[in-house]
Design a protein around this ligand. Structure first.
Ligand code: 5GP
Length: 213
């Protein structure tokens, strides 16, 4: 008997801070329990309410550096002055269990994974399952209002995030999909549609031969 088996997706979502990425990713994870959220490592201090091992793995700089040296990261980057990285093990374990993986990482991390995808040597496994999406704010003015409005950060932090956002926005063209997050429900609808369409691409499937009884 011949059956078609779907391979799990490796989905990367990037956005400037304040564009609504966390809200969209949280909604996706809540709705689809077949998706594993890739918990990253970071050297930044936990914010109120963040749980080690759930929001992030909070590491001391020395431990982070040690893991870099050991080649444990699929990608890693410095974002807003702190180190962030995705452990290969986190992604491999989820994919091996047949689960779609959602990675919320910055534009530098996405760029590293894309380079890895396009290398010639034996990276086909990732090429066939990779999808990336850029979430953009409707305008810089809108982003500024959102960052002020959420009242999470100090004035100088907001200013730095806005400067960084200008740079990150330049990267939108490198992604396969872009969602301009004007209205959150419409954006979520778009994200869901991307997920469904990507799950049904022909190259996601493999043929397996199951011996008949
Ligand atoms: P925050 O500290 O506000 O949670 O995240 C700051 C930025 O770091 C966000 O843009 C987020 O996407 C990015 N980020 C989180 N985890 C990773 C990671 O593992 N790798 C990279 N490159 N960026 C990450």
């Amino acid at each position: 008997m011949i059956t078609l088996e779907r391979r799990p997706l490796l989905m990367v979502v990037s956005a400037p801070s304040g564009a609504g990425k966390t809200t969209l990713c949280d909604r996706l994870i809540t709705e689809f329990d077949s998706i594993t959220y890739s918990v990253s490592c970071t050297t930044r201090a936990p914010r109120e309410g963040e749980i080690d091992g759930k929001s992030y793995y909070f590491l001391a700089q020395e431990e982070f550096d040690e893991r870099v040296r050991n080649g444990e990261f699929l990608e890693h980057a410095v974002v807003h002055g702190n180190h962030y990285g995705t452990l290969k093990e986190t992604v491999h374990e989820a994919l091996a269990a047949g689960r779609d993986v959602l990675m919320d990482i910055d534009v530098q991390g996405a760029e590293q994974i894309r380079e890895f995808v396009h290398e010639d040597s034996g990276n086909d496994w990732i090429r066939d399952i990779y999808v990336d999406i850029f979430i953009a704010p409707p305008s810089m003015h809108d982003l500024q209002l959102r960052l002020w409005g959420r009242g999470k950060d100090e004035q100088d932090v907001i200013q730095r995030r806005l400067v960084r956002a200008q740079e990150e926005l330049q990267c939108w063209k490198d992604y396969q999909y872009v969602i301009v997050n004007d209205r959150i429900d419409d954006s979520y609808h778009a994200l869901r549609c991307i997920l469904f369409a990507e799950r049904h691409r022909v190259r996601r499937f493999t043929l397996s031969h199951v011996p008949s009884a």
